[in-house]
Design a protein around this ligand. Structure first.
Ligand code: ZN
Ligand code: ZN
Length: 247
C-alpha cells in the first residue's frame, strides 16, 4: 500500500493523467503497437508520438479498443479510487503548490524563480516521458525483435533513468526490469529491487537469460551477440548459429 501511495504521489509530480487513464492507454499501446488503435502510434511520425497525440481527439480505433481493454484490477484498487476522486485538487497541490512553496519558505527563494524552476522541471520531465513513445519507437537498435519499431535507445534511457530499452520492453513486456541490463542506465530497476527487499514490491516477473538469448538469436538484428554476450561467442559464430537455426 505504501509503495502504491508513493507512486500515486509521483504520478502527480510528473504531471501525468489519472492512473486508470494511463494504464488503459499503456495496455492498448502494447496490444496494438503501431496500429491505428495505438494511442501514440509512432508510424504517424515523431511529433504525433511525442506530444501530438495529446493535442487532438483520439483515433476512433483507440477509443474502440480502449473501451474493450480490461482495467478492472486497477479500478478496484482503493488508492486508485481515492486518486481519481480528488485528482485535480491533489494535482494542483503536489504538482504545483508544494514544489512552488518549498523553495520560497525553506531557503527564501523568490516567487518568480521558484515558479520558473517548477515550470522548467515539469516541461523537462514531460518531454523525457514522451521521448519513450517517440524516439524509443523510431531510433536505436533492435536486438530482440526486428519486426517491431520499438528500439534500444541509449539517450532516452539515460534521460529517463532506464525506460529507453524499449525493444526489450516490447519483446518481453512482463519483465519488471524493462531491460536486460540491471546496472547499466537502469536505476529504475535498482529502485524497484530496493522496495522488493523491503517487501513493499512483490510478484515481480523477469525473463530467463536463455529465453532472451534464443529470442534474440531468432528475431533480433544481431546486435545482442555483439553487446550482451560478446565474450561468450564471436559474431561469426553467432551468424553461423542463425544460419543453422534457419535450416
Ligand atoms: Zn510499456
Ligand atoms: Zn512503446
Amino acid at each position: 500500500f505504501a509503495f502504491k501511495f508513493r507512486y500515486f504521489l509521483f504520478s502527480f509530480l510528473c504531471w501525468q493523467n489519472t492512473i486508470p487513464n494511463w494504464v488503459r492507454d499503456h495496455r492498448v499501446h502494447h496490444k496494438f503497437t503501431e496500429t491505428d488503435a495505438d494511442p501514440h502510434n509512432a508510424k504517424r511520425g515523431f511529433f504525433f508520438a511525442h506530444v501530438g497525440w495529446l493535442m487532438q481527439r483520439k483515433h476512433p480505433e483507440v477509443l474502440r479498443q480502449g473501451a474493450k481493454v480490461n482495467i478492472s484490477d486497477v479500478l478496484a484498487d482503493p488508492v486508485v479510487q481515492w486518486h481519481q476522486r480528488y485528482f485535480w485538487p491533489l494535482k494542483l497541490i503536489f504538482a504545483l503548490l508544494v514544489p512552488l512553496l518549498i523553495p520560497v519558505y525553506c531557503w527564501n527563494e523568490t516567487w518568480i524563480i521558484s515558479l520558473s524552476a517548477t515550470l522548467c522541471r515539469t516541461v523537462g520531465l514531460l518531454n523525457v516521458t514522451w521521448l519513450v513513445n517517440s524516439a524509443a519507437h523510431i531510433y536505436g537498435s533492435r536486438p530482440y525483435d526486428t519486426q517491431i519499431n520499438a528500439s534500444e535507445n541509449f539517450f532516452v534511457s539515460f534521460l529517463s533513468i532506464g525506460e529507453g530499452w524499449h525493444n526489450f520492453h516490447h519483446t518481453f513486456p512482463w519483465d519488471y526490469k524493462a531491460s536486460e541490463h540491471t546496472l547499466f542506465m537502469n536505476a529504475t530497476t535498482k529502485w524497484l529491487d530496493f522496495f522488493a527487499k523491503m517487501g513493499w514490491a512483490y510478484d515481480m516477473r523477469s525473463t530467463k537469460p536463455e529465453m532472451i538469448r534464443t529470442v534474440a538469436l531468432h528475431q533480433g538484428d544481431g546486435s545482442h551477440a555483439m553487446n550482451a554476450y560478446a565474450n561468450e561467442i564471436s559474431y561469426d559464430e553467432f551468424q553461423r548459429k542463425i544460419k543453422e537455426s534457419d535450416r
